[in-house]
Design a protein around this ligand. Structure first.
Ligand code: SF4
Length: 341
């Protein structure tokens, strides 16, 4: 991540990592500013896209105070908060709505406390296995060279029989993770999309080739890998484009020389959907977006938490389902589709 400005919480300097980051940024820039709380950050007074883009280039180094982890059903038992937000600028990102006015990137220096708390949770749930999700409010991988947080968790969980970790990423900086003693306890899920969707709607994230290559290297290092294809956007060429994506992925995994060709992997498939609030937020930040946000072409569905979303119509969903089930079965015989929504 190339930050335009760095804020460091005073308390963070009491931790070795906070001190190290202070020294690092003081020596190489941008010069860090000391702040009292990582929740109170002074940013340039801007609006819309400019405000969002500047916030995403702002790094805040702080101490994570809340050490009770939120639940993360159904994919994991708990969230594991190592980072908040990410430097990417995807137009459809749900964090735009959930992080509201504070989309800047936050890393935490009290990693031993966070990890210690995670291991307490594991102990309490024994003899059951406890699964933690590391990407519920972030993409943690682009920040790994700053904090080493993922390496710490992966190594500790590798030593803990009942702990499992999973995170999703659009980044390709997997190098520092490849030789860790993960013992198969961490699953890395790569978030992919067609070249068209990436070109139109994803910004400041690695391109498809780099993500696919990173996935192949990660699988070759023995990690369980998964693929998150989201949001699936049904433009006029979607069948050809998603077909190409799956073929390219299968080829890369085969060429990685894994025993048995493609590994037993998982797919999570999420079609594009939006809430009225998300549409308003997206239009406020990306006024020229070409995301398909026309309600008249969608079906409205009320959710269990009291708010509704616009989904693709039932017949389109059926088409998507049979397309992906067929292609994935043909190209990845060992793979499992965890869900398609
Ligand atoms: S990489 Fe993920 S977390 Fe970051 S902006 Fe894109 S969708 Fe959001």
């Amino acid at each position: 991540m190339r930050s335009a400005r760095v804020f460091i919480e005073e308390r963070a300097l009491e931790y070795p990592l906070g001190k190290e980051l202070w020294d690092r940024f003081s020596a190489r820039g941008p010069a860090p500013t000391l702040i009292g709380s990582h929740n109170r950050v002074g940013l340039p007074s801007l609006k819309g896209f400019k405000a969002y883009a500047e916030a995403k280039r702002t790094l805040v180094v702080g101490v994570r105070k809340t050490l009770s982890f939120q639940s993360c059903k159904p994919s994991a038992h708990y969230q594991l908060p190592l980072v908040t937000s990410c430097p990417g600028m995807c137009e459809y990102c749900y964090l735009m709505t959930t992080l509201g006015p504070r989309p800047y990137v936050r890393v935490y220096v009290n990693l031993d406390e966070i990890l210690g708390r995670a291991l307490d949770y594991v102990e309490k749930r024994a003899p059951e296995v406890t699964v933690f999700e590391g990407a519920a409010t972030s993409d943690p991988l682009p920040l790994e060279t700053l904090t080493g947080a993922l390496a710490k968790v992966i190594t500790a969980f590798g030593r803990t029989a009942l702990a499992r970790f999973r995170f999703a990423t659009k980044d390709d900086g997997v190098g520092p993770l490849l030789d860790l003693p993960h013992e198969g306890h961490t699953e890395v899920r790569f978030s992919l999309n067609t070249r068209t969707v990436i070109r139109r709607h994803e910004h400041r994230v690695p391109d498809l080739e780099r993500r696919v290559a990173a996935a192949a290297r990660t699988a070759a290092a023995g990690y369980p890998v998964g693929f998150l294809i989201a949001p699936i956007i049904l433009d006029s060429d979607w069948r050809a484009d998603y077909g190409d994506l799956l073929e390219e992925l299968a080829t890369a995994l085969r060429e990685a020389g894994l025993p048995g060709g493609t590994p037993p992997t998982t797919f999570e498939l999420i079609t594009h959907r939006f809430t009225p609030k998300a549409k308003q937020t997206i239009r406020g930040i990306f006024p020229g977006t070409t995301l398909p946000l026309d309600e008249t072409r969608r079906r409205w569905k009320m959710g269990q938490f009291g708010y509704g979303k616009y989904l693709y119509r039932a017949e389109e969903m059926e088409e998507v389902r049979s397309f992906f089930e067929e292609r994935i079965a043909a190209l990845f015989p060992e793979a499992k589709i965890l869900y398609l929504v």
